[in-house]
Design a protein around this ligand. Structure first.
Ligand SMILES: *Cc1c(COP(=O)(O)O)cnc(C)c1O
Length: 455
C-alpha cells in the first residue's frame, strides 16, 4: 500500500477488540500443567480456587477456548486509557539512518505507567464478581502494585500489597501512589506472615525478593476469609488479558496493510511479550503467516538464554504450584547491581513451550547498553522509557542497525511497555558512570539449578 502511515495509528472505540485471544488454543504442544507442590499431580480447579478467584482459575486451566469475551465493565475501563497508540518511530528511524520501518506499541499512557493495568482490571473485576472483599499481591519495582491499586479503587475492593523491601525503601513515591489509590503497602519480608517471619529469622538483613513477597501475599490471601491472591505476570490468565496489546497492534497495522517481519518484546515473566505476539503467533501456529519473534531479557537474569526447561517453584517459600518453565531456580537472585527490572527467576509456561519448540528466539542484553538505548530513544522519540521496556528498544535498534548494513527495509514492531519516571535512581547511576554490568557465573547458575525440585 502506498498510503502514508501516520505517526500514531489509533483505533476508533468501535474498532477495539471485544474478546481476548487465548494462544494456547492454537498450540499443538500445550504448556505443561501446574503441579501440586506436594503430590506433583496437576492442580485441580478445587485446589486452585482456594488461592485464585473461580473465573481466573477457569481461564488458567483453559487450553482450548480460542476467544474469551471481555466483560462490558472491563471494556468500559479499557476505554479510559485504551486503545494505546501504535507509533511509527519516524524520528528514531531517521536518527539511526536505517531503511527499517520501526513501530512500537506504547503501554505507558496510564497512571500506573505500564501494561499491567490490562490484567489488573480483569483480575479485580472477577474478584468483585465473586463477591470477595479484597485481593493480596506482591510487587517488585511497583508497577503491578500500582496497577492493581488503581483497579481495586475503581471497583471498591480492598488491596493489600507486599512490596519487596529494597524497592519499598528506594521508591517511596511508588508506595505513595499505591496509598493514594487506597492500597495498604507492607515491606516484604514482614513479620505479618509466618513465611515472612521464617525468612527474616534466617536472613535478618535481607532486602527481600519477588519470590519471597509472593509467598507472603499467598499466605495473607489464603488465611483471610474473602480474599484471594492475584499475580501480575507469568500465569497464562495474565497473558490472556494482555492479548489486548497484540490484538490492538494487529488491528492498527492491518488498517494500513502493514505486516511486521520481526516482533520484539522484553521478557520478565513473559506477559507483555506473550500478549503482544499472541495473535501473530497464532497465525504462525495455524500456518497462515511467518514472523520472527525475539524475547529480550537481562544478561543478569537470563532465564531463556541460560536457564533450564524444568518444573520449578514459583516462589521462595515453595507454597505455590510448580510450573514447567525456563528457570534459573527459585533461589536465584540477580546481582544487587542489576537495576533494570525483569528479575523474576522463571518465565511463562506458554512462552517457555513456544521457545522450546523453536517458534521464538531469545537474546540477553547487558544493562549499560540497555540504558544507552533508553537515552537515545528518549532524546528522539520523547518518551522516557522504563528500564524493562528499554531491553526491547535495545534489540529493536540493533536489528534496525543491522538493516542499515544489509540494506533490508524490514518492518520491526516492538512493545514499549512503560515509562521510567520512578526509575530515575537507575538513570542517575547510568549518567554518573556508576552502573556496571553483571553476568552470573556458571557456578552461580549451577547453585540455582541445584534447588530445582525432582519431578
Ligand atoms: C512488569 C513489567 C515488565 C515485565 O513483565 P512481563 O510480565 O514480562 O511483561 C516489563 N515492562 C514493564 C514496564 C513492567 O512494568
Amino acid at each position: 500500500m502506498s498510503q502514508e502511515i501516520p505517526y500514531k495509528i489509533y483505533l476508533e472505540e468501535s474498532e477495539m477488540p471485544t474478546r481476548w485471544y487465548n494462544l494456547r488454543a492454537d498450540m499443538k504442544n500445550k504448556p505443561a500443567p501446574l503441579l501440586n507442590p506436594q503430590t506433583h499431580q496437576p492442580m485441580t480447579f478445587e485446589e486452585l480456587r482456594g488461592v485464585f478467584c473461580d473465573e481466573l482459575v477457569r481461564q488458567e486451566l483453559d487450553d482450548t477456548t480460542p476467544f474469551v469475551d471481555i466483560p462490558q465493565e472491563i471494556r468500559d475501563f479499557y476505554k479510559m486509557y485504551r486503545p494505546s497508540p501504535l507509533v511509527r518511530a519516524y524520528c528514531l528511524e531517521k536518527k539511526l539512518d536505517t531503511p527499517a520501518k520501526i513501530y512500537y506499541k506504547f503501554e505507558g499512557n496510564n497512571t500506573s505507567g505500564s501494561h499491567k493495568l490490562n490484567s489488573a482490571i480483569a483480575q479485580a473485576y472477577y474478584a468483585k464478581q465473586q463477591g470477595l472483599k479484597g485481593v493480596c499481591t506482591e510487587t517488585g519495582a511497583g508497577q503491578w502494585g500500582t496497577a492493581l491499586s488503581m483497579a481495586c479503587a475503581y471497583l471498591g475492593l480492598d488491596c493489600k500489597v507486599y512490596m519487596v523491601k529494597c524497592s519499598y525503601e528506594q521508591k517511596p513515591f511508588r508506595r505513595e501512589v499505591m496509598r493514594t489509590y487506597g492500597a495498604s503497602v507492607t515491606p516484604s519480608p514482614s513479620m505479618e506472615t509466618s513465611v515472612g517471619r521464617k525468612i527474616l529469622q534466617a536472613h535478618p538483613n535481607t532486602t527481600g525478593s519477588l519470590g519471597c513477597a509472593i509467598s507472603e501475599a499467598v499466605e495473607a490471601a489464603t488465611t483471610r476469609p474473602g480474599y484471594r491472591y492475584v499475580l501480575g505476570s507469568v500465569l497464562s490468565q495474565v497473558m490472556l488479558h494482555q492479548s489486548i496489546i497484540g490484538l490492538e497492534s494487529k488491528a492498527a497495522l492491518d488498517k494500513y496493510g502493514v505486516k511486521p517481519d520481526l516482533i520484539i518484546g522484553c521478557a520478565g515473566g513473559g506477559s507483555n511479550l506473550g500478549g503482544l505476539i499472541a495473535p501473530f503467533m497464532g497465525e504462525v501456529l495455524r500456518g497462515e503467516a511467518a514472523y520472527r519473534f525475539i524475547a529480550v531479557e537481562p544478561a543478569s537474569c537470563p532465564s531463556f538464554t541460560r536457564g533450564k526447561f524444568a518444573y520449578d517453584f514459583c516462589d521462595t517459600g515453595m507454597v505455590c504450584p510448580l510450573a514447567k518453565m525456563y528457570t534459573l531456580g527459585s533461589g536465584f537472585i540477580p546481582s544487587a547491581s542489576h537495576a533494570g527490572g525483569l528479575r523474576y527467576h522463571g518465565m511463562s509456561s506458554v512462552l517457555s513451550q513456544l521457545y522450546h519448540d523453536g517458534y521464538m528466539e531469545a537474546r540477553a542484553v547487558e544493562q549499560t547498553s540497555v540504558f544507552a538505548a533508553a537515552e537515545e530513544f528518549a532524546r528522539c522519540e520523547g518518551i522516557l522509557p522504563a528500564p524493562e521496556s528499554s531491553h526491547a528498544i535495545r534489540v529493536a535498534m540493533d536489528e534496525a542497525l543491522r538493516c542499515k548494513q544489509t540494506g533490508e527495509a524490514k518492518t520491526i514492531l516492538f512493545g514499549l511497555t512503560g515509562t521510567g519516571y520512578f526509575d530515575m535512581m537507575a538513570y542517575e547511576r547510568y549518567h554518573d558512570g556508576a552502573m556496571t554490568d553483571s553476568v552470573p557465573t556458571e557456578e552461580e547458575l549451577q547453585a540455582g539449578f541445584a534447588g530445582l525440585p525432582q519431578v
